[in-house]
Write a protein that binds this ligand. Structure first.
Ligand code: ADP
Length: 681
């Protein structure tokens, strides 16, 4: 049988004017013991047997007190003990009556002890207050359980409570009807005995003692709660630190941090973004939202026109706003023309009621920003302990980001080292072939010249020419190698000046023709006219690029083929130079690779035409130095190739009126300055 109704409620309904009070579990234990001890202390001789009814919420609470009830039962046969069974407790008659009720019964929520003697009576009727799971988690201590109810020495209150409880006992154990009836007659509606019970009042001293007990319990509970809260926060901090330290990927660090923090603090929205101090705006990629909060992922967040962001980076400290509707920085933040991104607009569209901004800073360098939002329905104040927790987390995120950055740099350096290592091996191979072969030829030629004095003049001349050609080949390789290493280390002088492209092309072609036997050259068509706008680059380097591209085009095109050089407008600020040929072409999947150092399609050791494999790498470096681009196009093998690169157009300063009408005197190669490099042209 399950009776849901509360005994306390029944008592309060039966006796109007009773006032309930809050009791901690420890206070109820002390009061119950005191009430039981009062009976146990009385001598058998001068006291009549009392009525004792005790209702325990669970069997385990009864077990702790069972020995006392055995002793109480020696004083009276009217002892009733009620409890919800957990092991062996059941309806049973022994030295006292055991009454078992179901765990779902209303009694399982209550704590009762009623004692009535002829001289006095006392009663405790309380109901446990439902504690939220959050409170329980925070305290997680049995003594923090609270009860609400009556503790009274009033005879009428005790009798009414006893009557309600006896009626319940009768329902659970109808076979006790006789015994219960005797109890009712004896203690609740007694026939006039002539003994008038003492009109008892709770002693003010006792009352004070109980109040004191309650107050200390309350303090204990409060400090336990704050300790538990501290522990929870520490756990949160540690879990976030643990999670972000496990990763060396900044994107993952930000995502983990935002999720853990948002969940841990229970805010509506938590976002984090990377930014620099003078960024105009940023986009939100890392966000955590609790159900009900609108997502801002992908949204553009203003930074430069955002007084909150500016204040945070100036102070290098967190900024908390309890109520955005009252914050003057937000209310006056409308910048004409940027209505869309004004703070007011963001606050409204993202329902930000309370705002917390925390900078991610490492050694005074701003790495990003973390924001927490409360989205209503009411503004929420930011607790100092929450702010310091978020600050601590922000510090850890900053350290983790720096570590991730260092790791990425390390990876980059490793890749560079690997590339360097590859270059070194290539260099060994190339020197093995490109240097040793001409060197051997030179050696043989010179040895022959020295050891064969009778050699014909004609053969002598051939020997000398061969030695000279091979010496030139070696010089070229060393030259290219030095040029590239200087370009890559940034140790070259570069003097951009307004130049005529047509003049530079002419110069490169004349170098080419002077070096290569005219008979072996393909037909070269120059479509670069002199009416083009001037370009603003270093003349020597431009000629170097043109010469190398033309040299390659001729090298890889048979003498019956065609080489063309032409120009088009790439964009308003730059020209595009195209060197095309009808030669052997390039496989489409090699179009990028040809710019790698030492790349040669057939490998350095099988070359039929001379070359170092450094020419295009040098061109790429030179073009990158003036901010241009270089790329290759080809339909494939034997389909010819096209090499394109861009050149910045010289722009006369518009404020300079003399320049606006008179283009600046163009500089020719002859008046450009001497460079560090040694030109091979
Ligand atoms: P190399 O000294 O070998 O010419 P480059 O760096 O100038 O070195 O060129 C690298 C490689 O790119 C060449 O060996 C060749 O395989 C390919 N290449 C360059 N220009 C052309 C072209 N016009 N036609 C076909 N292949 C080319």
């Amino acid at each position: 049988m399950i009776i849901l109704q509360s005994v306390l409620k029944e008592l309060l309904e039966a006796l109007t004017g009773l006032k309930t009070q809050m009791y901690f579990k420890s206070s109820l234990t002390a009061l119950s013991h005191a009430m039981e001890d009062q009976i146990l202390a009385e001598s058998m001789l001068n006291s009549a047997p009392p009525l004792v009814i005790a209702s325990f919420q669970r069997e385990r609470f009864y077990r702790q007190e069972a020995h006392r009830y055995k002793r109480l039962a020696q004083k009276t046969d009217q002892v009733y003990v009620l409890a919800a069974p957990e092991t062996s407790f059941s309806n049973y008659s022994d030295v006292y009556e055991q009454v078992a009720f179901a765990p779902q019964d209303g009694l399982a929520q209550e704590w009762h002890l009623v004692i009535i003697t002829d001289q006095y009576s006392s009663c405790l009727v309380c109901r446990e207050r439902q504690t939220s799971s959050k409170e329980l988690d925070a305290a997680n201590i049995d003594n923090s359980r609270r009860f609400e109810g009556i503790w009274s020495l009033d005879r009428q209150v005790a009798q009414t409570a006893a009557s309600i409880l006896l009626k319940r006992i009768l329902k659970y154990r109808p076979q006790l009807a006789e015994k219960i009836k005797r109890a009712e007659q004896r203690y609740i509606d007694p026939v006039e005995t002539g003994i008038s019970p003492v009109k008892a009042q709770i002693d003010p001293f006792v009352r004070r003692l109980v109040t004191y007990l309650q107050a200390s319990q309350y303090k204990l509970l409060k400090s336990n709660r704050s300790l538990a809260l501290k522990e929870t926060k520490e756990r949160l901090l540690n879990s976030i630190i643990g999670a972000i330290r496990r990763s060396l990927d900044s994107e993952e660090i930000l995502q983990v941090a935002v999720k853990n923090l948002g969940e841990g603090l229970g805010v509506c929205r938590c976002i984090v973004y990377r930014c620099k101090e003078n960024d105009t705006s940023t986009q939100i990629y890392h966000e955590f939202t609790n159900p009900g909060a609108k997502s801002v992922k992908g949204k553009t967040w203003p930074l430069r026109n955002n007084p909150l962001f500016q204040e945070v980076i100036e102070l290098r400290d967190s900024l908390s706003i309890e109520d955005t509707s009252k914050d003057p920085r937000i209310q006056t933040s409308n910048v004409p023309g940027v209505e869309q991104n004004s703070l007011q607009n963001i606050v409204k569209s993202c329902s930000i009621f309370s705002w917390l901004l925390i900078p991610l800073v490492y050694q005074d360098r701003l790495l990003g920003m973390m924001e927490l939002h409360h989205c209503g329905p009411e503004p929420t104040s930011w607790k100092p302990e929450d702010i310091s927790l978020v600050d601590a987390i922000a510090n850890q995120i900053s350290v983790a980001l720096i570590q991730a950055e260092a790791y990425a740099n390390l990876e980059d350096l490793n890749q560079q080292l690997e590339a360097l290592d590859r270059t070194r091996s290539n260099l060994v191979a190339i020197t093995g072939h490109e240097l040793r072969t001409p060197l051997s030829t030179i050696q043989i030629c010179l040895e022959s010249l020295a050891s064969e004095p009778d050699m014909s003049l004609e053969l002598r001349q051939i020997m000398l020419n061969t030695a000279l050609q091979d010496a030139e080949r070696m010089r070229k390789l060393v030259q290219d190698f030095l040029t590239l290493s200087q370009l890559e280390s940034g140790r070259v002088e570069c003097n951009p000046e307004p130049l005529s492209l047509a003049e530079c092309v002419d110069l490169s072609l004349s170098h080419l023709r002077s070096r290569i036997n005219m008979g072996g050259l393909p037909q070269i068509t120059n479509l670069v006219t002199s009416d083009l706008p001037l370009v603003q680059v270093d003349g020597e380097w431009l000629v170097e690029v043109l010469a190398k591209l033309l040299d390659n085009a001729c090298k890889f095109t048979g003498s019956d083929g065609q080489v063309t050089i032409r120009v088009s407008r790439y964009n308003p600020q730059s020209l595009e130079v195209i060197v095309s040929d009808t030669g052997r072409g390039i496989e489409p999947n090699r179009l990028n690779q040809v710019f790698d150092r030492f790349y040669q399609e057939e490998g350095a050791l099988r070359r039929s035409v001379g070359g170092t494999g450094l020419g295009l790498a040098i061109c790429r470096q030179i073009v990158a130095n003036w901010g241009g681009q270089i790329w290759a196009k080809s339909q494939g093998k034997n389909q010819g190739s096209e090499f394109h690169f861009t050149l910045p157009i010289f722009e006369a300063n518009p404020s300079d009126s003399s320049n606006a009408f008179n283009p600046p005197a163009k500089k020719t190669r002859n008046n450009s300055k001497k460079k560090q490099k040694t030109s091979n042209s």
